[in-house]
Design a protein around this ligand. Structure first.
Ligand code: AMP
Ligand code: GLY
Length: 428
């Protein structure tokens, strides 16, 4: 078979890790990353093109004879990139159709989908400006803390967790009044669940075939000990010791299989990655959210632990036929520690020169917010570098990442020193 020309869309640490893995494939002819970042050029050619500019993407696909589009972030999926391109002869798109992307694009849709398919999730109801008073009454029936979620995409900021009922009622009013624009015209209110979270990724072929990828845990808060504001993710670990065989059997039987069947029953085409944001409530996995793409920084650790050829797997999934393709996982432990700009997740400076990467030998460093400025590499985002390592244990992998970080310099560099420490005590 001919080798593939692949167009990967996105510009973060996730896309760097995907590009790193794709570049290792014997099935690859040429990899393009749009728009990519200061690090992705090591794996392919950056193209200055927005993942949402379908017209430009269409022209590029023709010009460069692209065989497969891999979509990193959710926006193009929710905007319908699958429906736009998947019918072109000879072109594969890894991702769900627009209808499938609603699992992430609308929390109200996702909750209804879970209820319809008997998938364990927090009890909920949805409200609009017309039903504000009912929403306040519903809040009064719940115990604190109160969980309020904007229905639509809100760049990861649309979930509020509030301790006090009066404040929750006020926030509901503000959300419905446009706090997150159109995204919060509908608000999902749900029961608070308490437990440790993990991320499970599934690659599906839309014909009942699926593979479960390595499980990861993400560290969302900026501060050590899980304190301070939420970020895009400050680090990740894979595997997750509590996601043992017994837990994963429940995930597969109670969540993955009903999700895939539920999509098929509704006639929804889904040939790509499903991200299950789970919480372990005393041994029972419950779904906190669906995403329709890989996680960031989870991808950085997941890619380190996939021993099989990812291109072959994605090609099979996007063709609707995973068949008996193997997804081999490394028994090793992967960690990633995110180096961030000073001020993140609030406002932060850009353009700070990054040095010392040439001294890092033990860890693949996946660039997240970097760009080239002539010969210099400079910061261009809040999350800058995902310093990732593979080891025999969490401690072993962490030692490599933290040693590597000692060599990396930029003005205002920050990172959490406690990534994975909570899981170390659960490790056998
Ligand atoms: P989401 O965007 O839905 O993942 O929510 C963001 C974060 O809010 C999650 O990662 C959880 O930490 C937290 N969260 C969301 N829903 C709940 C819930 N029902 N109970 C407890 N925490 C939640
Ligand atoms: N790390 C969480 C996410 O990608 O949404």
């Amino acid at each position: 078979m001919d080798k593939l020309n692949i167009l990967l869309l996105g510009s973060g640490g996730r896309e760097s890790a995907l590009a790193w893995k794709i570049a290792q494939s014997p099935r690859l002819n040429k990899l393009y990353i749009a728009p990519g970042n200061g690090g992705t050029e090591a794996y392919g050619e950056n193209v200055a093109m927005s993942p949402l500019d379908f017209e430009a993407i269409g022209r590029f696909v023709d010009e460069k004879s692209i065989d497969m589009i891999v979509v990193g972030n959710e926006d193009p999926l929710v905007a319908g990139i699958y429906d736009e391109f998947a019918n072109r002869p000879g072109l594969l798109v890894v991702g769900p159709s627009k209808a499938g992307a609603a699992l992430e694009g609308s929390k109200d849709f996702a909750k209804q989908f879970m209820v319809d398919n008997n998938i364990p999730t927090a009890r909920y109801r949805s409200f609009t400006a017309e039903t504000l008073e009912d929403g306040k009454k519903f809040l009064a029936t719940l115990k604190a803390p109160y969980v309020l979620k904007a229905d639509g995409l809100a760049a990861g900021k649309g979930v509020l967790i509030i301790d006090n009922l009066d404040e929750a009622c006020r926030s509901l009013e503000e959300m419905l009044g446009g706090m997150f624009g159109k995204s919060s015209a509908t608000v999902v209110i749900e029961e608070f669940l308490s437990g440790i979270e993990c991320s499970v990724f599934v690659l599906t072929d839309g014909n009942g075939g699926y593979r479960i990828l390595p499980v990861a845990k993400d560290y969302k808060r900026i501060g050590e000990g899980d304190t301070g504001p939420n970020t895009g993710g400050m680090g990740a670990v894979s595997p997750v010791p509590f996601a043992d065989d017994k837990f994963m059997e429940k995930v597969e039987e109670q969540i993955i299989k009903p999700t895939i069947k539920g999509l098929a029953d509704r006639g929804i085409i889904y040939r790509g990655f499903i991200f299950l944001g789970l919480i372990n409530v005393e041994g029972q996995p419950m779904v906190i959210e669906y995403n329709v793409r890989m996680g960031d920084p989870e991808t950085e650790v997941v890619m380190l632990r996939i021993d099989s050829d990812l291109v072959e797997l994605m090609e099979a999934a996007a063709s609707g036929n995973l068949g008996d393709k193997e997804l081999a996982q490394s028994p090793k432990t992967a960690v990633t520690v995110m180096a961030v700009s000073q001020g993140y997740p609030g406002s932060y400076p850009k353009g700070k020169e990054i040095t010392g990467l040439e001294k890092v030998t033990e860890s693949p460093v996946f660039h997240a917010g970097t760009k080239k400025d002539g010969d210099r590499l400079v910061t261009s985002g809040g999350r800058v570098l995902a310093v990732s390592s593979l080891g025999d244990s969490i401690a072993d992998a962490l030692l490599k990442s933290y040693n590597s970080l000692k060599n990396i310099k930029f003005d205002g560099i920050g990172y959490r020193n406690d990534i994975g420490r909570d899981l170390e005590k659960l490790e056998k």
